[in-house]
Design a protein around this ligand. Structure first.
Ligand code: SAH
Length: 217
């Protein structure tokens, strides 16, 4: 069996066992996970079987790509539609960026660490050359106002407290934010905006790397 077909088999097994069988029902999410080879977003020393394990993996510089279930769960909480604009804070490996683009979103993704951003851009565009994605290298602690408002904002690292200004960057007609919140003990939170009205919902306990708050000069 060549590695391309074993990759597709492992992907199908991951989608069935780690996503569909445990409550990920959105077909667009499942199809996107089928399309994106996870091994292209982790260091080459990680073997194919390990790349498809349902656990986080190191991506260098002390950062990790989340386990597939958590990525899918957050996307399901986000309830984004194809054509929606999405801000992703924490590009990291670019894996989730690729999943969002494969679902037909217009993505703006922001990453603090230039080396990760460069690799992520390469990896994503190799698979999805025509994707509608803007890669920004900057501090995204308080979002990215130049391209706001967004239909969806997804944060892939955890701040101790809710950063200022993120809700203001949501589309006032039902824009939604999904973010892991907390220091050591973290929870996934979603916030839905309707005008000035914000509805917050708490979900799973999680463990993310910290959302770094760079010192402002
Ligand atoms: N979604 C990513 C997960 C990456 S881990 C993936 O699929 O691989 C979280 C990322 O957030 C790290 O790459 C880290 O460098 C980045 N990050 C942390 N604080 C940040 C900040 N203030 N602005 C932008 N990116 C940040």
């Amino acid at each position: 069996m060549n590695s391309e077909s074993s990759s597709a088999i492992l992907r199908l097994r991951m989608v069935n066992r780690d996503l569909a069988d445990v409550g990920i029902v959105d077909e667009r999410i499942l199809n996107a996970f089928m399309k994106i080879p996870r091994e292209d977003f982790v260091p080459p020393r990680i073997n194919l079987v390990n790349a498809y394990g349902n656990h986080p993996l190191p991506i260098g510089l002390g950062q990790t790509v989340s386990q597939p279930y958590i990525v899918a769960f957050m996307l399901q909480m986000l309830e984004c539609e194809p054509g929606n604009s999405v801000l992703e804070i924490g590009t990291g490996s670019g894996y989730q960026t690729a999943i969002l683009a494969a679902m037909g979103m217009k993505v703006v993704t922001i990453e603090l660490l230039p080396d990760l951003a460069v690799n992520a851009r390469k990896a994503v565009l190799a698979i999805l050359p025509g994707a509608d994605i803007r890669f920004i290298v900057a501090d995204g602690y308080n979002g990215w106002t130049p391209a706001a408002p967004y239909d969806c904002i997804i944060v892939s690292a955890a701040p101790a407290r809710m950063p200022d200004g993120l809700e203001d960057q949501l589309n006032p007609l039902g824009g939604r934010l999904v973010i892991p919140l907390g220091d050591w003990s973290q929870r996934l939170i979603s916030i839905t905006r309707n005008g000035d009205d914000l509805v917050m919902r708490e979900s799973l306990p999680v463990r993310f790397v910290p959302l770094v708050k760079p010192r402002r000069e």
